[in-house]
Design a protein. Structure first.
Length: 122
């Protein structure tokens, strides 16, 4: 098992983040935390086109690919490799998308929900 600082170091050495989830009825709804890590660490992303990912990131923030289609992922890798301007635009866009989900914001929302629920139970 990796420590969180080892994961961060690993991501820092990569040029692109890949989220290759398969469609299986569950993964379509997953909100991958690695996508937030890639956005925070300013790495362009290639991801399986799943509702969970689309709910977090706009189409121009991520290179969305057909799930389980290796050719789709390979084409996205080649496209990003050959298109530096697109990589830069994707990173900027994903960083904008990520801002709404930063821990500082989500922690405050979580506390509000807990407070509201505790008042209803009292």
């Amino acid at each position: 098992m990796c420590r969180y600082d080892e994961v961060a170091e690993f991501v820092l050495h990569g040029d692109v983040g890949i989220i290759p989830y398969r469609k299986d009825g569950y993964m379509e709804l997953v909100l991958p935390t690695k996508a937030f890590e890639f956005a925070w660490m300013q790495r362009p992303m290639i991801a399986a086109d799943m509702p969970g990912m689309r709910s977090l990131f706009r189409a121009h923030s991520v290179a969305f690919c057909e799930p389980s289609n290796l050719s789709s992922f390979a084409a996205a890798i080649v496209d990003l490799y050959t298109n530096a301007e697109r990589r830069i635009q994707m990173v900027q866009s994903a960083e904008e998308d990520y801002q709404a989900y930063r821990w500082e914001i989500m922690a405050a929302r979580y506390q509000q929900v807990l407070s509201m629920l505790s008042l209803k139970m009292a």
